[in-house]
Design a protein around this ligand. Structure first.
Ligand code: TRP
Length: 469
């Protein structure tokens, strides 16, 4: 019975869709499109692609190789490569905790908005008659409601993870990821029929985005923004792909998957911008990034469209929820797999359900802090010079994970493979079962030299940017 052993993917396609699910998330929807517009449009896309190829593809390949080679969750996997590397896996598990601490709250917000638009369709007052900003303020200030919806986000994610690799995670992504692309296309096609919608594309793809925002192109800022965005968006540097890779069959071609998954993630990020900004501009709303875009701006946008806006609101928040949940389950699985493997190592049954219950409960406790912080409105932010400088408790969690742990983890993973285990070890894993090692030279040079250096740059420059330097 699934749940009593480690579990495995049903097919490579199932794995690839799950990895895409982990990668495609809130980061693609609210981070990438805005950052592209704010950092020069097309030049940002070029820098981003360089980061994806120079680090994303490489680290993704390395993580999958480590996972499949050891068939273990991150801490044990890294420990198997070398005792002293265990700490890298430990950092990963900690990051998964911290990211889920705020990610779950945001999925909760999306559930509330889905319910709101759903109610409005049936004539109810899903948003109590308030406009975007007023409702968002009222909702985020209502701690009881935020906690309730966050709990629902945990129940949904927990049920999927508890059902196991194949009957839970793989099955959800097989439906969720294709649906997500279909919804994106529907919104893009509809959005582009609206007058004024082309301005949304201009904002994202040309240098006029910077004029609209009143900012100047800054190459250094664009590079660090692209680097951080790439790591977060591809779920790298903290063992998510080690975990998913550990359930992968020897027949799968890792060096090919390492190109396919980032390509899909990048496509989703660009499509997200093409779905969001045309409708935002057509309805005369202003572009922004982060929670404000996903909730306040989109709320106002859909409401100003009349009846069809309510329908679009429902499918848009469904999209956000598919994207969010498919990522959240990978964050949960990183932590859960760790406990499952430790139980199995001691000869005990996996008890996946109980482990997932415990992990969800612990993550839920952490998310309570974010829920109660009201996006920076509580004493947890205002009372701390450090936190208020970064923005809010949510931003501080994000800083810890995306600004420090992920670039550090990605750098150390490349160094461990490039210099510790060595390229022959990597080659053996890539060529398992007679597979072809695509781009072997590229992987060799980047793993050893270029990727660690780029990650060092991202680590230092991002740490400075969160601190406002
Ligand atoms: N990649 C997701 C996003 O873009 C976030 C995410 C999911 C993640 N799992 C992760 C980030 C693991 C880092 C590590 O929204």
């Amino acid at each position: 019975m699934e749940g009593q052993e480690r579990g495995a993917w049903g097919s490579n396609l199932g794995f690839v869709l799950a990895a895409m699910g982990s990668a495609i998330g809130l980061g693609n929807l609210w981070g990438f499109p805005y950052k592209m517009g704010a950092n020069g449009g097309f030049p940002f896309l070029v820098i981003y692609l360089i980061m994806v190829i120079g680090c994303g593809v490489v680290v993704m390949g390395l993580e999958m190789a480590i996972g499949r080679n050891t068939r273990k969750s991150p801490i044990l996997a890294m420990g198997q490569l070398g005792k002293k590397f265990k700490v890298i896996g430990l950092f990963g598990v900690l990051s998964a905790f911290v990211i889920m601490g705020f990610y779950s709250v945001l999925i909760g917000y999306s559930l509330r908005y889905l319910a709101g638009f759903g109610l409005e369709i049936f004539g109810g007052a899903g948003f109590a008659g308030m406009d975007g900003a007023a409702f968002f303020g009222a909702y985020t200030g209502n701690i009881g409601a935020v906690i309730g919806y966050t709990a629902l986000a945990f129940v949904i994610s927990g049920v999927i993870v508890a059902a196991g690799i194949q009957s839970g995670i793989e099955r959800f992504n097989k439906i969720g990821i294709p649906s997500l692309f279909v919804i994106l296309i529907v919104i893009i096609v509809y959005g582009l029929t609206l007058p004024g919608s082309k301005d949304g594309l201009t904002f994202m793809f040309s240098s006029q985005g910077m004029q609209i925002l009143g900012v100047e192109f800054d190459f250094f800022n664009a590079c660090r923004a692209a680097g951080g965005q790439m790591l977060f968006s591809l779920s790298l540097g903290m063992g998510a792909l080690i975990t998913y890779g550990s359930y992968l069959d020897d027949k799968a071609n890792i060096s090919k998957n390492a190109w396919v998954i980032p390509a899909a993630d990048t496509a989703a990020a660009i499509l997200a911008g093409m779905a969001i900004f045309p409708v935002v501009f057509a309805m005369g709303q202003s572009p922004a990034g982060g929670p404000g875009l996903l909730f306040i701006t989109m709320h106002n946008t859909f409401f100003s469209m009349g009846g069809i806006g309510l329908g679009l609101g429902v499918i848009f928040y469904l999209l956000v929820i598919f994207a969010g949940v498919s990522s959240a389950i990978s964050l949960m699985e990183v932590v859960a797999s760790n406990f499952i493997d430790q139980r199995l190592a001691k000869g005990k049954p996996a008890n996946r359900r109980q482990v997932v219950l415990g992990v969800s409960a612990a993550m839920f406790v952490l998310s309570l802090f974010v829920a109660c912080d009201k996006l920076g409105g509580s004493v947890m932010t205002t009372g701390s010079a450090f936190v208020s400088r970064i923005g809010s408790l949510l931003d501080t969690f994000d800083f810890f994970a995306s600004g420090i742990m992920m670039p550090l983890g990605a750098m150390l993973i490349s160094l461990v493979v490039g210099w510790g285990k060595g390229i022959p070890w990597l080659k053996a894993e890539m060529e398992k079962n007679g597979n072809k090692f695509y781009c072997e030279k590229f992987f060799t040079i980047f793993t050893r030299y270029i990727t660690p250096l780029l990650m060092l740059f991202v680590l230092i420059s991002l740490a400075l940017s969160y601190l406002g330097i």
